[in-house]
Design a binder for this molecule. Structure first.
Ligand code: RIB
Length: 310
């Protein structure tokens, strides 16, 4: 892989966030929350993470032709993201996510996909020459699965490394999995893909092995504050996470994936890249929001130096 270019294909949402004592159960009303709005969407978060951590990134996404869509486009340009393949849907609004974050930093999210659900294969035709010359293509599952399939097939057939973050969780076909170089499920997604419950680093390792046997070359199961489990050619290894105070875990997985892509594009080996990604994600959980929580490369370096006692 010579190209350092990372192509992110995925969603953009406006996140409407309420920070509250606890996440309400059905029928319950919880008072005394605080509200803020913040740009999000798994695809956009990952593209912003790549840009802030020093990667060269092209983002492919479909926005509504509305106020949020225009704001997103300006934000992406401001981040230094190549936006020439961003499209606007004439009929559907921009994606919106309703997010509740509790005292422990855990969240619940409901997404109204809007234009994200209309990013079709036909929209990707003009992007193929850009994908051809990328080092890495990074995708998630907030756009139609047919589009994910199309990009994964095209990229892998053309020798471009594919990272698939299978979020939110859904069943994936063996054909799709066989085109993926690195799959990065969290414990819920790993459990669904492996057909077992993942409750510990040990069971994450078992799940990673089962998923590898389905045809994915490498599996990295992200385990939040515990770190990550890597399955590489059948071999398991563990990367622990730094101990931090979690304020909001929203987008931590996105930061992990963006950082992983940056480190791999720079030529790091998978284990080293996972360590880099864990460090970046551990900064994001100490901050509120999605894109508002994504660290810049200099912040990551400063945190690493501080922890190393330099
Ligand atoms: O991964 C976090 C993201 O999931 C949020 O930004 C929200 O938009 C949803 O897509």
């Amino acid at each position: 892989m010579n190209s350092k270019k990372i192509v992110v294909v995925g969603s953009s949402n406006m996140d409407m966030v309420v920070k509250t004592d606890h996440i309400p159960v059905p029928g319950e009303t919880v008072l005394s929350g605080s509200f803020f709005m913040n740009a999000g969407g798994k695809g956009a978060n990952q593209a912003v993470a790549v840009a802030r951590l020093g990667g060269e990134v092209v983002f492919i996404s479909k926005l509504g032709n509305d106020l949020f869509g225009k704001q997103f486009s300006q934000l992406f340009n401001h981040e230094g993201i190549d936006t020439h393949l961003i499209q606007f849907d004439e009929n559907l609004p921009s994606g919106v996510a309703l997010i509740t974050v509790d005292q422990a930093g855990e969240n619940s999210i409901v997404v109204a996909s809007g234009a994200n659900a209309n990013l079709q294969n036909a929209d990707l035709k003009g992007a193929l020459p850009t994908i051809d010359t990328a080092g890495i293509v990074l995708l998630q599952l907030e756009i139609p699965i047919e589009t994910v399939d199309y990009v994964v097939n095209y990229a892998s057939a053309n020798g471009v490394r594919v990272i698939l973050n299978p979020a939110p969780a859904q069943v994936l076909s063996p054909e799709l999995l066989s085109g993926v170089d690195i799959l990065t499920p969290n414990k819920t997604e790993a459990g669904m893909l492996a057909g077992m419950e993942v409750t510990s680093m040990e069971t994450a390792g078992d799940a990673a092995r089962i998923i590898c046997e389905k045809g994915v070359k490498h599996v990295v199961v992200t385990m939040g504050s515990l770190g990550a489990v890597i399955c590489e050619n059948g071999e398991l290894s563990v990367q622990s996470a730094r101990k931090v105070e979690t304020i909001d875990s929203t987008a931590a997985g996105d930061v992990f994936n963006g950082a992983l892509a940056v480190a791999l594009a720079e030529g790091k080996e998978l284990k080293e890249a996972v360590a880099f990604a864990c460090d970046a994600a551990s900064i994001s959980v100490t901050r509120l929001g999605a894109q508002s929580s994504i660290p810049y490369r200099n912040e990551l370096i400063a945190a690493q130096l501080q922890l190393a006692g330099a």
